[in-house]
Design a protein around this ligand. Structure first.
Ligand code: WTA
Length: 399
């Protein structure tokens, strides 16, 4: 965290005193204190109180609630330029430090709002439940920006899908009458092992659309989500996209009349997205039933604009492998009728519980230890997490 705050030249950090997750207390403020020691640009740390426990407050620290109480509750909106920075989010690539992906005001917001409305068939009055962490791009686009742009009610989910028990998601659906439920396959794979009773215990009749994101969804998980959670009557959208794309790029479109939805594969480009598949020589693969490197051949509103502080790295990482095209890093299979099936990363990025980890970053961290002259990190198949990084780790997903 300290390295990233340093790169981002952050001036203010907002944190909880302590975090709560799956029944455990996390000492967030202590972690921030440690990081801030290495970040000379940070001038203030705003501390919100998630628990009643007191934490050490230093010279830079300001209790957020007290500060907010002094301010007017109404804040006049500021006009922004369409290409002004909206936010940056660090994500892993195959080489070097994590990349500070920059999204801008107008294009990103338009794209997040439109995909939220059309991919999930969100209608006025619906309650949208995306259970992703806000710190992830999924939380940015589909807990915060997309739903709020559309005036939707958006649910904030904290904790894990199995705390206090494996009914947590479905109890939330019943209690809040959620209409669209969006989550990661890793959680579905975990929950299906707990059996159907935890789902059936709760009323899910409010649900209309189920969404999956972050990693390929295997047929067993797809079927369970569709048949058990959705009672075989909800539309299930498997959505492919990336931090860099800002919003969903390839997904089924339930609002399209007669749309066909097939497990793990019925994914079509969203409006304005023109995918192409490339062979090893850098030529576009034509025809159906073909595989290749997934590229996008024209710009779209939600695409990232740069890597903060290193535009050349942005160009090199995404536009060099296939000149004139945006390279996603993923491989895909194209079928008849213009459907795409994502086959997974083609580079040294591993996907653990939907989280992107660059093998180079893990190797660097291991190599910092004086006893390690060299290391190589690879993923291995894991039946709940998709890929695993350490055989001894407990089987709880981090989604
Ligand atoms: C993978 C998450 C298969 C893919 C929104 C991509 C998927 C990376 C899917 C981006 C999906 C995401 N099917 N694979 N539906 N969705 N991925 O930046 O490898 O955290 O490149 O964005 O996740 O991960 P990121």
């Amino acid at each position: 965290m300290s390295v990233l705050s340093l790169l981002a030249k952050c001036r203010v950090v907002i944190t909880f005193n302590q975090g709560l997750r799956g029944g455990r207390v996390m000492e967030l403020k202590k972690i921030v204190d440690e990081a801030v020691k290495h970040c000379p640009t940070v001038q203030r740390v705003l501390v919100a109180h998630r628990t009643d426990n007191k934490v050490h407050m230093g010279d830079l620290d300001v209790p957020l609630e007290q500060e907010m109480a002094k301010e007017d509750p109404v804040c006049v909106p500021e006009s922004m330029g369409s290409e002004d920075v909206l936010f940056m989010l660090y994500t892993s690539g195959s080489t070097g430090m994590p990349k500070g992906i920059v999204h801008t005001q107008a294009g990103y917001l338009l794209y997040a709002a439109l995909t939220h409305k059309l991919v999930f068939d969100h209608r006025p009055g619906d309650i949208f439940g995306c259970v992703a962490d806000i710190g992830w791009i999924t939380g940015h686009s589909y807990v915060v920006y997309g739903p709020l742009c559309n005036g939707a009610t958006s649910v904030l989910f904290e904790s894990t899908p199995v705390y206090p028990n494996a009914g947590r998601y479905w109890e939330t659906v019943e209690r809040l009458k959620i209409n669209q439920f969006y989550g990661a396959p890793t959680a579905v794979r975990l929950l299906l092992k707990y059996g159907d009773a935890w789902v059936k215990k709760y009323d899910r009749s409010s649900l209309r659309t189920l969404g999956s994101v972050g990693e390929p969804i295997n047929c067993e998980a797809w079927e369970w989500l569709h048949r058990v959670v959705g009672d075989s009557r909800c539309t299930l959208v498997d959505t492919w996209w990336q931090t860099e794309t800002g919003g969903i790029c390839i997904a089924p479109r339930p609002s399209e009349e007669g749309a066909e939805i097939l497990p793990g594969m019925a994914m079509r480009p969203f409006f304005g997205i023109v995918p192409v598949l490339m062979d090893e020589k850098g030529s576009v693969v034509e025809g159906s039933n073909v595989s290749g490197a997934l590229c996008i051949s024209q710009a779209w509103p939600g695409m990232a604009r740069t890597i903060y502080g290193d535009h050349q790295r942005f160009v090199d990482a995404y536009f060099k492998a296939y000149p004139g095209y945006y390279f996603t890093g993923d491989g895909a299979h194209g079928t008849e009728g213009g459907y795409y099936q994502i086959t997974g990363r083609m580079d040294d990025v591993i996907n653990i519980s939907g989280h992107r980890l660059g093998t180079a970053e893990i190797e660097d961290a291991i190599a910092d230890h004086p006893a390690v002259p060299e290391s190589a990190v690879i993923g291995y198949p894991h039946d709940i997490k998709g890929e695993g990084e350490c055989p001894r780790e407990e089987l709880l997903p981090d989604c």
